[in-house]
Design a protein around this ligand. Structure first.
Ligand SMILES: C[S@@+](CC[C@H](N)C(=O)[O-])C[C@H]1O[C@@H](n2cnc3c(N)ncnc32)[C@H](O)[C@@H]1O
Length: 350
């Protein structure tokens, strides 16, 4: 949360944190108007802040009411924020607590209203507009700091929950996934958790893979990324001093080279994709990516994780990116949901 707040402070030093919730979630107010705030954010894409949504309504839910019904009734006063006819998703989240309803019940309550009143197409994926609902059983929400909310004063105490509601586009939210949480189902045969990092990077950065191309995977053991790339139809040269898991090593399309990345040599401009998940000092890993750059085709995408062992990680990230810029154009850097003490960078070969 500290890093995300620092990123917000670079955009508006007068940012005020209003409430803090578990799991790094917080509400804040900005002194900028919405348009300026969003364009500054777009000009300085944050690395650690994964997801935001506006708060247009603060809804106090009385003890005798069912929360999804209350939210459903309240969506019409928020109607001026809703653009009619759009592909619209309902994304509900909540902090841990006692609830008498499922998250899915918000979607069930709102979808018919959005469809019938606002001619929305109800969708789950690829929305053009998102109704975000954040529910907390704590009714000690500090809403005094803003007069911009719609509220439901007729909802009499005692309250059991509060819902914070906002309507926005996926771009304004920084991410089309609810809360920036990108979960993949744990299918049988998952080699390592690392697989989710690669799948998420491709999804979040919208990287399209060259069909039937050749990928170079550095720091590939035990083989999660190699397996994902083969499943996506690529041939993979998989480089690590540690062995691949036998099930991955024997996949058709995998060529395993037992070597340190910095010693690997290939044919000039032969790879269509470069992936690196090497767990060593990221500046040294970046130098390995520079060393293999002659073997990567021009404009081919690369994806690399930057391990944040160093406490001074803003400097470490900057130094790593600076090193990479010798041979690559950086397109995006993000701490993904599936990243732990690392961030993921992607770009293309110059
Ligand atoms: C996080 S693991 C990679 C996981 C892999 N991406 C997967 O999906 O299974 C990091 C790997 O980097 C490798 N590594 C560390 N230093 C390396 C180097 N100099 N060259 C190549 N691989 C290296 C380690 O042996 C380790 O297997």
């Amino acid at each position: 949360m500290k890093s995300a707040v620092s990123e917000l402070k670079k955009i508006d030093e007068k940012i005020k944190i209003i409430d803090r919730f578990p799991d790094g979630v917080f509400s804040f107010s900005t002194s900028l108007n919405n348009k300026d705030f969003l364009s500054f954010l777009e000009a300085n894409p944050p690395i650690f802040l994964r997801h935001i949504h506006p708060i247009h309504g603060v809804l106090f839910i009385s003890e005798n009411r069912w929360a999804p019904d209350t939210v459903g009734e309240f969506i019409t006063p928020l109607g001026k924020k809703i653009k009619p006819g759009k592909k619209t998703s309902v994304q509900a989240r909540r902090i841990p607590g006692e609830y008498d309803h499922t998250l899915f019940s918000y979607k069930n309550a709102l979808d018919p209203i959005l469809r019938d009143t606002f001619y929305a197409q109800n969708v789950v994926q690829r929305p053009e507009q998102i109704v975000s609902i954040f529910v907390t059983p704590s009714t000690e929400i500090d809403v005094k700091n803003s007069n911009e909310y719609e509220m439901n004063p007729e909802s009499p105490p005692p309250w059991k929950q509060v819902a914070l509601i906002g309507i926005s586009t996926p771009r304004e939210n920084l991410c089309e996934w609810s809360g920036g949480i990108v979960r993949f189902s744990k299918e049988m045969g998952v080699v390592s958790r690392a697989e989710f990092k690669l799948l998420e990077a491709m999804e979040i950065f919208d990287i399209s893979l060259p069909p039937h191309g050749i990928a170079l995977d550095l720091g590939s053991s035990p083989g999660g990324w190699t397996k994902v790339l083969v499943q996506k139809g690529l041939y993979v040269t998989s480089v690590d001093q540690a062995p691949l898991e036998p099930n991955v090593a024997k996949l058709p399309g995998v060529r395993y080279v037992q070597s340190k990345a910095e010693h690997f040599r290939g044919e000039a401009e032969s790879f269509d994709l470069l992936a690196s998940d090497i767990n060593r000092d990221p500046v040294k890993s970046a130098r390995s990516l520079i060393a293999v750059a002659p073997f990567v085709k021009k404009n081919a995408p690369f994806i690399m994780t930057i391990k944040l062992a160093d406490k001074n990680f803003p400097k470490l990230i900057d130094k790593t990116l600076e090193t990479l810029r010798e041979s690559y154009i950086i397109k995006g850097v993000k701490q993904l949901y599936n990243n732990r003490d690392e961030v993921t960078v992607w770009g293309i070969r110059k």
